[in-house]
Design a protein. Sequence first.
Length: 430
Amino acid sequence: MGRLNEKEQHLQSPGAPVSNELLSELSLPVVEINGLTQKVSTGFPGCQRIPTKQPKRHSIMPLPAVHITTQCFPPSIGGIENLMHGIASALARLGYPVTVYADSHPDAPRFSPAVNSGDYEIRRFGGLKPVRRWLKARAVQKAAVSGSILIADTWKSLEFINPSVVEAKILCLAMAMEFPSEPSARKADRIRKTLAIADLLLPISSYTQGRAAPFCPPDLSVELFHPGFTPPKQLDDARAAELANVPEDARPALFTISRIESRKGHDLVLAALPQLRESWPNLHYFVAGSGPDQARLERIVEHTNLKSAVTFLGRVSEEQKAAWLQQSDLFVMPTRTEGESVEGFGLVYLEAASMGLTSIAGNDSGAQDAVLHRETGLLCDSSSVEELTASISAVLGDADLRQQLESAARSRVEAEFMWPAAIQRLTQWF
């Protein structure tokens, strides 16, 4: 049969299998599922998936439906929100049927059309927190049937799930702050009972794994899952300079972007500036973001006569963030643990690395997995001004070291943390 006739016959009988030659002619997208390269129809009526390399005795099973239940999802802003959106998008691009169960948001109508163009559904739930958690759990229980996958952002999104009803395989992510260091007996019991319904716990860093360990039932499987991320879009030099105007008399340029809260370590950077400016008189610290600690930091700047050395940029757009990462000389965020407020991983360090920017991070949080000491950046004692000053000086004062760290950081990010690689790590547990 000629290819044209085969195509006409398929249009008349859309359920019939077609040859790989016809699939190639149709230029269908390619995905890899369980090691087999497949063409997947997204626009040709009724086209079945046929592996280009047929297994000898096993047929290709359809991809399982994936249900994602989360309290953190765009258009809300944050690292967990970006991670859950990234997981949903990456799975949808591979052809998995994905449904996200998220909280309502005033800006959701404007956000959802852009998200749904990635071919996954979002169901949102409003009302008082206990009510929406209950409603969300009931919807998940109805949909998460045998053979499907249920992914939760934290144990909190599983707490209202009835394990006797849900037959899906349950994967629970672990971020860090949801595991208190000194929980009440009641809180600890809630966490343990909820984790008991999961099939697999996926901490996003070694630090998080340690915080979660006291709450894990003996038979719960635990696997480390470093998160994926979407890198900022590289801008041309002219556009970057336009959006992030760093004067020539404001170099070297240190940069931090984050929610401005005490544990991010902005105050430690401010304390290091006087000594650093003895070696680099024009050194300038640019701070992007907003948050509850900004007023205190501004008072520190005022009282220590650092106004000429510090600029608070406020909240910036994604494009502006990319520009500042391109235009800066060093990314500095020496995070520390303060009570139950901790850094579970730190995707922003990966964003900096993807733009060729070396990072200095604190050594008592999940940042230790995002920044490898003396390989892709430097870690320092985030309670020591002297150690932070020495770390910044080491990078700014040694061009070869800086170039080595920048190159290694970018290579690691491209090999391990882009979504194509990260999502393959996740689907191995499906």
